[in-house]
Each structure stands twice: as structure tokens, then as C-alpha cells.
Design a protein around this ligand. Structure first.
Ligand SMILES: Cc1cc2nc3c(=O)[nH]c(=O)nc-3n(C[C@H](O)[C@H](O)[C@H](O)COP(=O)(O)OP(=O)(O)OC[C@H]3O[C@@H](n4cnc5c(N)ncnc54)[C@H](O)[C@@H]3O)c2cc1C
Ligand SMILES: [Zn+2]
Length: 227
């Protein structure tokens, strides 16, 4: 929808990859709609995934025993987070929609993207003690997890519901921060299917993006994942 701001957090090393093609489609289609699109290309940025002392500029709240959660919360309040974190938080703050684009690694997101979650979604910025889930500090935003797998759709269907692995990402992270969750977009086994099928999957993503702003978020409750 024209005027909407979208942040795509992208975790693939290779622009010619299938994930790279999905990213390109999203940038082109959303830009065509009049959205302003920002991409955090984590590998290209050499994004630091480790949550360390380096994320705090200046003095520590408690130099005797380092506690990452407490230190980043305190640093956020006094404007003492490292520059790369402040930049990512600004992008999140401005966005109406966050799209995460990645290949599934060990039933989860790649470490570089998990590191983005660990470091950017700081207490005080994304949530607070009494402000979590529907009351999270990133209320009013939408998110969408778009990922590819190695395993086929059929294998995932027989081995159990893929929704289980969405629980920590969608509910544990995004819903916790108050973000509403759109249905995930999963491209199964792009390495194994035919060229024709790959093209079909790319077209389906373009088509979905065309009506994305009309979608209702999922009911991100335990029932959606484990019923
Ligand atoms: C550490 C690790 C852990 C993993 N864990 C899991 C796991 O738990 N579960 C699981 O299911 N999988 C797992 N995988 C597999 C992984 O999820 C897949 O390898 C990945 O999702 C494939 O996506 P890709 O973008 O890298 O594919 P690519 O190999 O980049 O792309 C597939 C094919 O699409 C082609 N292509 C790219 N763009 C286009 C285009 N525009 N038109 C047509 N063709 C195109 C490419 O040339 C390539 O031939 C794991 C992999 C690793 C490395
Ligand atoms: Zn939820």
C-alpha cells in the first residue's frame, strides 16, 4: 500500500540464491506499490551476531558482573547502545511491516538473523517488564517470516507440523514485542524441485505481495501452533 514503510531483514550470503530472488521480488513489488522499502542485508553488512560488552558505549551499570539484558536496557535508556544497534532500531521503529527472509537452518533462523533479534530487540525498546505480547512496545507493526527449506512439503507434512518451529520466532519473539504476525511464506525445497516449480513459487510470492495489505494477522495463540 502506497506510503507504507517496509523493513526486510535478509539473511543469505548469495544474491543469486533463491532467497536472493525472493528478496528482489519483494523489493520490486513493494516499491511498485509505492511503499518505501529498506533492506538490512545482514551478511553484506557483516552484521555482528554476538551479544557482547561491545554493544554498550561507555560505562557499565554493573562492571562487577556483566548481565547483557540489564546492560543493554540501561544503555538504551541513556542513549549508550552501539551505533549498529541504534541504526537497526531506527529502521524497526519507522517500519509498518517487518519481513524476515532466510533459509531454514536447523529448524530455525540462521545465527546471523538470530543475532539480529538478540541484539536489536532490547528491553525498553521492544518490550518492557509489564509491556509484552499484546502490550509489547512494537505495537501497530506487522511481521512476516518468509523462508525456504531443504525438505519437501510432503516430508514436512508427514514428519509433523511446520508450525511448531514457528512458535519461538513468531510468538516468542515478534508477538512478545507486540508485533502482529501475518501468515508465514514458505518455499519448500527450491534446490530439489524443477525449474518450472521454482518459477511458480516466485510468481506465488509476487501474487501474495499484491494483496498483502488486505491480509488479517494470524491468531498467534498456542492453538494456532499446537492444536
Ligand atoms: C546449516 C544448515 C542447516 C539447515 N537446516 C535445515 C533444516 O533444519 N530444515 C530444512 O528443511 N533445511 C535445512 N537446510 C537446508 C536449507 O534450508 C536450504 O538449503 C535452503 O533453504 C535453500 O534455499 P537457498 O536460497 O539457499 O537455495 P539456492 O540453492 O540458492 O536455490 C535453489 C535453486 O534455485 C535457483 N534459483 C535462484 N533464483 C532463481 C530464479 N529467479 N529462478 C529460478 N531459479 C532460481 C538457484 O540457482 C538454485 O539452483 C539447512 C542448510 C544449512 C546450510
Ligand atoms: Zn503469539
Amino acid at each position: 500500500m502506497a506510503g507504507k514503510k517496509v523493513l526486510i531483514v535478509y539473511a543469505h550470503q548469495e544474491p543469486k540464491s533463491f532467497n536472493g530472488s525472493l528478496l528482489k521480488i519483494a523489493v520490486e513489488e513493494l516499491t511498485k506499490q509505492g511503499c518505501s522499502v529498506t533492506v538490512s542485508d545482514l551478511y553484506a553488512m557483516q552484521f555482528e551476531p554476538r551479544a557482547t560488552r561491545n554493544d554498550i558505549v561507555g560505562h557499565l551499570h554493573n562492571p562487577e558482573a556483566f548481565n547483557y539484558g540489564v546492560e543493554t536496557w540501561e544503555a538504551y535508556k541513556r542513549g549508550g547502545l552501539s551505533k549498529d544497534l541504534v541504526e537497526e532500531q531506527k529502521k524497526v521503529q519507522e517500519a509498518d511491516l517487518l519481513i524476515f527472509q532466510f533459509p531454514l537452518f536447523w529448524f530455525n533462523m540462521p545465527a546471523i538473523l538470530k543475532g539480529w533479534m538478540d541484539r536489536v530487540l532490547v528491553q525498553g525498546f521492544a518490550y518492557d517488564l509489564s509491556k509484552a505480547y499484546d502490550g509489547g512496545l512494537l505495537q501497530g507493526k506487522l511481521c512476516l517470516f518468509s523462508f525456504t527449506t531443504g525438505g519437501s512439503k510432503e516430508k514436512y507434512a508427514t514428519r509433523g507440523d511446520i508450525r511448531y518451529l514457528l512458535w519461538p520466532m513468531q510468538h516468542g519473539i515478534m508477538h512478545f514485542c507486540g508485533v502482529k504476525v501475518l501468515a508465514p511464506h514458505i518455499c519448500y525445497a527450491p534446490e530439489s524441485v524443477s525449474e518450472e516449480k521454482r518459477k511458480e513459487m516466485l510468481t506465488a510470492w509476487t501474487q501474495r505481495l499484491k494483496t498483502l495489505w488486505k491480509e488479517e494477522p494470524i491468531d498467534c495463540s498456542p492453538e494456532w501452533y499446537f492444536k
